[in-house]
Design a protein around this ligand. Structure first.
Ligand code: DON
Length: 308
């Protein structure tokens, strides 16, 4: 069983100091133009524990675009509200391909490999639209409820920028529609998907919002969003698919369920213990934060928290 040290702030400072060399390396995402202006030298790291502690270092209170990290919360809500029906429309295998690839979707008849690549997240958003009528509203309500703060939301400039440069996501959506794997109008699904990706939150807020995954499905107010089995399975999909075509490397280096986003954030879960969120905008070729992966690797080593 991994253990966190008494002096958690000191541990986080040590992780920051030992990974400082990789901050600023890599490339800030620019295929969504509104993300390109984020300074590459930012670094934030926060830990929220199941017994109620919250600690952070660096820019851990600064809000950033959560991007694909939002896919974890969309999936959790969809499974929690609608059960396993989703799995008829999306798989649970790592893709080994870039997160916005069209090729695999054609070969596999419009069924995305997993819910964390863009095509899979569009299917989840479509289902959540059918179930709630307002997927981005439902995701925001979950996030705000778990953080206990409604001071964050969708960054409209990022959402507009995504929509204006979202042809590839539109292609994925229309392609799946042609295969009968979309129930709602694609432009409405895309609008919710873009706004969900454009939610801006800090490392501290994201770590708090995801604690239900470390608590096996139980929300802050002790209501259950997910069964224990569902929560374990989301953690499993994060481990195998959360870093796209670098998921194997992430498991090898960090050994924790994790989900990255092209805003430079990575959210990781240590089941039964804590959540960790790191942010640094410089990305590797697969779209994962270089300093973020390095920091999580060091955190997992120092705490013995790899699940392996
Ligand atoms: O749809 C997109 O391409 C972005 N809104 C999200 C991509 C993303 O974060 C993938 N992450 N590594």
């Amino acid at each position: 069983m991994p253990r966190l040290p008494e002096d958690l702030p000191e541990l986080l400072e040590r992780v920051r100091a030992e990974t400082a060399g990789s901050v600023g390396t890599g490339k800030v995402a620019d295929y969504i133009p509104a993300l390109a202006s984020v300074p590459a030298d930012r670094f934030g790291l926060a830990v929220a524990t199941v017994d109620g502690q919250l600690h952070g270092v660096g820019d851990w209170r600064e809000r950033f675009s959560i991007q694909s990290i939002s896919k974890v919360f969309g999936l959790a809500l969809t499974l929690g509200l609608d059960g396993d029906r989703l799995w008829q429309r999306v798989g649970r295998e790592p893709s080994g391909d870039p997160f916005n690839s069209l090729v695999q979707l054609e070969l596999e008849h419009g069924i995305p490999r997993n819910p964390f690549i863009n095509a899979g997240a569009l299917v989840v958003t479509d289902r959540l639209l059918s179930v709630t009528g307002d997927p981005v509203g439902a995701v925001l309500a979950l996030l705000r409820g778990e953080v206990g703060d409604d001071g964050f939301g969708v960054d409209p400039l990022v959402a507009e920028s995504e929509a204006a440069h979202g042809d590839l996501n539109a292609a994925l959506g229309y392609f799946m529609s042609a295969h009968g794997n979309m129930d709602n109008p694609i432009r409405i699904v895309l609008d919710h998907y873009f706004r969900q990706c454009a939610i801006a939150m800090s490392c501290g807020e994201l770590a708090q919002a995801a604690l239900f995954l470390a608590r096996h499905g139980t929300l802050r107010d002790e209501r259950r969003l997910l069964s224990e089995v569902q929560a374990k399975r989301i953690n499993a999909i994060m481990l195998t698919c959360g870093a796209y075509d670098a998921a194997g490397e992430f498991a090898y280096r960090v050994g924790l369920p994790g989900k990255s986003g092209v805003g430079g954030g990575i959210l990781a879960v240590v089941p039964r213990l804590c959540t960790v969120c790191v942010w640094s905008p410089g990305l590797d070729d697969q779209g994962n934060s270089i300093a973020g992966v390095a920091a999580l690797e060091r955190f997992a080593q120092l705490t013995g928290s790899s699940v392996f």
